[in-house]
Design a protein around this ligand. Structure first.
Ligand code: ATR
Length: 281
C-alpha cells in the first residue's frame, strides 16, 4: 500500500484538539490517503519540531495556540491574509521545499457566518470584543464584506483604537472601550477576547444586542461558553460558538493541501453530536 501523506497540528495544550478528527472525516469523505496527528509542541520547541516534521516528509502543518505568531515568523513566504493577521495557522511545503504560511481563520469565520448561518454582513452593525491576535485575524475579512458598521471594543481602549487605525484602509471601523458602547446596539456581536477560555463574562450592557441579533464566540468547548450563555440570556436569535469556524478553517487548510474541498456540514453535525450540544438557540 502507498504511504499516506502526513499532516499534523502543533500546539500547547493540544490533547483536546478536534483537528485530527475533523481531518480524518474530511479524508474519508474525499477519499484522500492521508494521516493527521496532534503533537504537543511548546514555543521553545517550535522551530526544531517544524524543521524535523518537514525533513521527515511531512506535507503540511496546522499551528494553534501559542504558535501562530511563531509560524508567521518562521514561514519562508506568506500570503497577504497571513501578513495582515501577523499569524499563520497553516504551513504548506512547496515544490521547491520552501514553506508557505497562510491563515485560514478569518475566511473560516466568514464562511460559517455567511454560508452556514446565512448572515448578510453588508446589512449588519457588527461589534467585535477584544483587540488581541484573534481579533487581528478576522478584521480584514470582515471589512472586505463591507458591513453597515464595525466597532471594535476592548478592555484596554488604546489597543482597540490602534487596531482600528491600522485597519481603516479596508473600510470604516471605530475602536473604543467597553464603557463607550453605552446607548449603542449591534446586530452581530463577536467575542474575540480570551475571557471565554477562563469562563469569564465581559461587562456588557443588557441592551447591547439588537432584539433577534446574533452572538458569536470565536472560542468553543464541550459546553456553552460564558459569552454564548450571555447571548441566550439576552434573546439572541442564534448564540453560536466557534465550532463552525474551526471546521471551516480546517476545510480551507485541507483545500490548500489537497486541492479538494470537503463538505463541512456533515463534519460540523458529527462534532456537535459528539459533544451533545448544538451552539444554536
Ligand atoms: P488572542 O490572541 O487570543 O486574541 P491576546 O492577544 O492575549 O489573545 O488578547 C486577549 C484579548 O482578550 C485582549 O483583547 C484582552 O483585553 P486587553 O487587551 O485589555 O488585555 C481580552 N481579554 C482577556 N480577558 C479579558 C477579560 N476578563 N475581560 C475583558 N477582556 C479580556
Amino acid at each position: 500500500m502507498a504511504k499516506k501523506d502526513r499532516y499534523a497540528v502543533f500546539g500547547s495544550p493540544i490533547k483536546h484538539s478536534k483537528s485530527p478528527r475533523i481531518h480524518q472525516l474530511f479524508a474519508e469523505q474525499t477519499q484522500q490517503a492521508l494521516e493527521y496527528t496532534a503533537k504537543e509542541v511548546t514555543s521553545e520547541r517550535f522551530k526544531e519540531s517544524v524543521v524535523a516534521f518537514f525533513a521527515k516528509g511531512g506535507r503540511g502543518l496546522n499551528c494553534t495556540l501559542p504558535l501562530k505568531e511563531l509560524a508567521w515568523a518562521f514561514a519562508d513566504l506568506t500570503t497577504k491574509r497571513a501578513e495582515l493577521s501577523r499569524a499563520v495557522n497553516t504551513l504548506i511545503i512547496q515544490d521547491d521545499d520552501r514553506i508557505l504560511g497562510d491563515n485560514t481563520d478569518g475566511c473560516g469565520l466568514i464562511t460559517d457566518l455567511t454560508v452556514n448561518h446565512d448572515l448578510a454582513l453588508t446589512k449588519s452593525r457588527i461589534l467585535i470584543l477584544g483587540a488581541g491576535g484573534a481579533c487581528r485575524g478576522i478584521l480584514a475579512p470582515i471589512l472586505e464584506c463591507s458591513p453597515h458598521q464595525l466597532v471594535l471594543a476592548n478592555r484596554t481602549q488604546q489597543k482597540a483604537s490602534d487596531l482600528a487605525a491600522e485597519f481603516c484602509i479596508f473600510g470604516d471601523i471605530d475602536g473604543c472601550g467597553f464603557a463607550d458602547l453605552k446607548g449603542q446596539q449591534f446586530d452581530l456581536i463577536i467575542n474575540a477576547t480570551s475571557a471565554s477560555l477562563a469562563d469569564e463574562m465581559l461587562p456588557l450592557q443588557d441592551d447591547l444586542l439588537t432584539p433577534g441579533g446574533i452572538c458569536y464566540d470565536l472560542a468553543y468547548g464541550n459546553r456553552p461558553t460564558a459569552f454564548v450563555r450571555w447571548g441566550v440570556e439576552h434573546n439572541a436569535k442564534k448564540s453560536l460558538d466557534g465550532l463552525g469556524m474551526l471546521v471551516e478553517q480546517a476545510a480551507e487548510a485541507f483545500f490548500l493541501w489537497r486541492s479538494v474541498r470537503p463538505q463541512t456540514k456533515p463534519v460540523i453535525d458529527a462534532l456537535n453530536a459528539a459533544r451533545n450540544f448544538v451552539s444554536e438557540v
